[in-house]
Structures are given as C-alpha cells and as structure tokens.
Design a protein around this ligand. Structure first.
Ligand code: ADP
Length: 371
C-alpha cells in the first residue's frame, strides 16, 4: 500500500525504496493520501511475546476477545513518526510537549498544579497533520499508542463496543504510559442526542465517558491508592482526540477536553518546507523561484493536498512514456519539473473551501487555542 510521507522522509531508508515509496500513485482520484487504515500490528517476534505476556496477566474484568482485538488491531507499534516529519505546527507541537510528552517522561515534575490534562482535542480541516501529531506524541513520549476511529467503534465493533471500550482503558493503564487516540471523535461525542441517537451508540458514548472519568479519578488519587497502582498507572494515560467537525461535539464532552488545539491549514513558509521535503527525495529541476511560485499556487491546500499534488506531479515524467518506461533505466527518466506541477494542479484542488475554512476559524476563536 502507499507509504506515508513521513516514512519516505527517513534518511536511513535506501534510496531506491525512497523513490518507489514516494512515487506510489494514490489509487483514488480524490486528494486523500492518508493511509487507508492504520497499519495493523506487525508480526515481530518481540511484539508477539509481549502480547502473550499481556494476555496471560489480563487485568480483572477485561474481556479476552476484546483484549486480543485491541492488541492486534488498535495498538500501533513500529512505523514511527517524529516531530521533524511534520511540517510547521510549532504551536501545536509545543502544546503537546508540555501537555503530554514532558509529563510522561518526568511525572515527578508534573504534580499538583502542574497535574497534566487528561484530554486534548486536535481540531481543524482534514489532512492537516492531526494523526501525524498524535503518532509523534506517542513516539516522542515512548508511549503505547492505541488508535481507534470513533466511527469504527459505532459501526465495525458495534455490539462489542462497550466491552471494547472497557478493555481499551484497562489495557492503556496496564501498558502505561499510553496515548488513546480517538479519530473522528465527533461521531462518538456528538450532540445529536435524544431520540434520534442510536441506542447502542448512546451506550458506547456513556461507557467511554465513564471510563475517561474513572481515569481522571484514579490519576488524581494516585499517591494514596496502592490498589489502583496494581491496575496500572492511570496518571500516564491521555485521551487525544481529533476531529474535522468540532462543532458537532456536544457541550459537556467539549468541556472535558481542557485543551483544544487548532490545527490550521499550512501557511506559506510551512508549505515551502513541505514541498522542499517532498522534492528532496526526487530528481527534479525546480528552481527556488519555481518553488516560491508553487507555494503561491497551493494557497489553501492542506498538508495532505500537497502530498497528493506532489505524488501526482511525480508521475508526470512517466506518463508520456507509456510502456517504454518498462525498459528504461532510472537515469533516462527526465526529472520532475514545474510543468508537471502545473498539470497536476488542474485536477488536484484544495479539499477545504474558503467558506469551510471560516467555520474552523470561528470555532477556534470561540473555543480553541490557536497555533
Ligand atoms: P489529519 O489527521 O489531520 O486528517 P493526517 O495527519 O492523517 O491528517 O495527514 C494525512 C497526510 O497528509 C499525512 O500522511 C502526510 O502525508 C500529509 N500531511 C498532512 N499534514 C502534514 C504536515 N504538517 N507535514 C507533513 N505532512 C503532512
């Protein structure tokens, strides 16, 4: 499957692999270059052994099948993302370091008034790096990363979802420090409650909120309760959630996210950084002036739109060759040029409209931290 951009930017990756991973065309015609699904747990020996150990000593009351499912599908390991893989978003990175990374690495310094937040919401247009940030937080804080999309909770796992939610929090405590990353949190905590809300969805939502509150309570009493310690370290579990629809989250749930971080579209200088990074893995003939022009032409693009654009443009040198490309050496392929980008710009357009953007800006103004 298409490799994510961050992986391609690893310097130690062999050149040939970098080139092919960067050239992988997106299969759909939309700009969506996010990975189709989180990569499932790799079958490394070390991980399998760890899973076996965990399964043998499951915390009480945790459903075995649910635990297995979580360890296999929801815990992400390997395939790391680092801060430097993410272009821009400096304010968000600082906020996340202060809220999660430092407290996880030095819990002794973050007590009392400095008690870390239990939840943080990342909101903004799609494809701006929210998922990448969450994964970087997990890497940089050396945490176990549990990634679940709320819409899969209410569809794929429906029926077992409550058990799954309970197992999720129990395992997060047992494997602390842990990040529970909930993508599309709006579909779980939306305000369309009342009669129209599906009964099962309402139960999952309730279970999620109960588990989350318990976590905060256990963490607050961590010095006194030795018993809780046996269940794991609740003080080092954080719920990190992402949404493209922040206004859909109901008020009570919204207030639980003490920190709400706006993840905006990339500004000029950030787009420049991202474009240069993407091009650095590719043979190209773009001058500094061309890149400046490209930065102007991609005003309003998200990080994911830019990746999609670069991938499409990278196909340019191959497109005119047809079957001939099968017999050509790497050196015979012409470098990517500005013209390739111009051609791709016809079909790859920003996925957020100006009007859509205003909605985010307004919500950020009222409820969020900017950056
Ligand atoms: P979101 O979770 O906000 O919808 P993702 O973090 O999944 O977006 O980003 C999707 C893809 O877009 C990434 O895999 C990456 O290729 C690209 N991308 C988005 N934002 C950035 C960024 N700030 N820096 C580098 N790449 C980015």
């Amino acid at each position: 499957h298409a490799r994510p951009y961050h992986k391609a930017s690893r310097r130690k990756q062999p050149v040939a692999e970098r080139i092919t991973s960067n050239l992988t065309p997106s299969e759909s015609s939309s700009n969506d270059v996010s990975e189709p699904e989180f990569p499932t747990a790799s079958e490394s020996k070390e991980w399998r052994a760890r899973v076996a150990r965990i399964m043998k000593r499951l915390p009480k009351g945790v459903d075995e099948a649910a635990a297995k499912q979580i360890l296999n599908e929801i815990v992400i390991h390997g395939d790391e993302v680092h801060w430097s893989d993410i272009a821009g978003l400096d304010a968000a990175k600082s906020a996340l370091k202060e809220t999660v990374v430092y407290p996880f690495l030095r819990p002794d310094l973050f007590m009392g008034l400095r008690e870390p937040a239990r939840g943080m919401l990342l909101f903004g247009p799609p494809g701006t790096g929210k998922t990448m940030l969450a994964r970087a937080v997990a890497t940089e804080s050396k945490s176990t990363f549990f990634a679940i999309s709320a819409s899969s909770l209410t569809s794929k796992y429906l029926g077992e979802s409550e058990k799954l939610v309970r197992a999720l929090f129990a395992l997060a405590k047992a494997l602390a420090p842990s990040i529970i990353f909930v993508d599309e949190i709006d579909s779980l905590l939306s305000s369309r409650s009342g009669s129209s809300e599906h009964e099962a969805t309402r139960r999952i939502k309730t279970e999620f909120l109960i588990q989350w509150s318990d976590l905060a309570r256990a963490a607050a009493g961590r010095e006194t309760s030795e018993k809780d310690k046996e269940k794991g370290d609740a003080s080092r579990v954080l719920v990190l959630a992402a949404t493209n629809l922040p206004w859909a989250i109901d008020e009570a749930a919204r207030r639980r996210f003490v920190r709400r971080q706006y993840i905006p579209l990339p500004e000029d200088h950030v787009r420049a950084v991202q474009i240069r990074t993407l091009l650095s893995h590719q043979k190209h003939s773009l001058s500094d002036g061309d890149i400046d022009a490209l930065v102007q032409l991609t005003n309003g693009f998200s990080g994911s739109d830019i990746t999609a654009l670069a991938k499409d443009a990278a196909m340019g040198p191959l497109r005119s060759l047809g079957e001939k490309l099968l017999h050509m050496t790497m050196d015979e392929i012409r470098p990517m040029s500005f013209v390739d980008f111009e051609a791709s710009l016809v079909s790859i357009r920003p996925s957020v409209s100006r009007q859509g953007l205003k909605q985010y800006e307004d919500w950020a103004q009222e409820f969020g931290e900017r950056g």
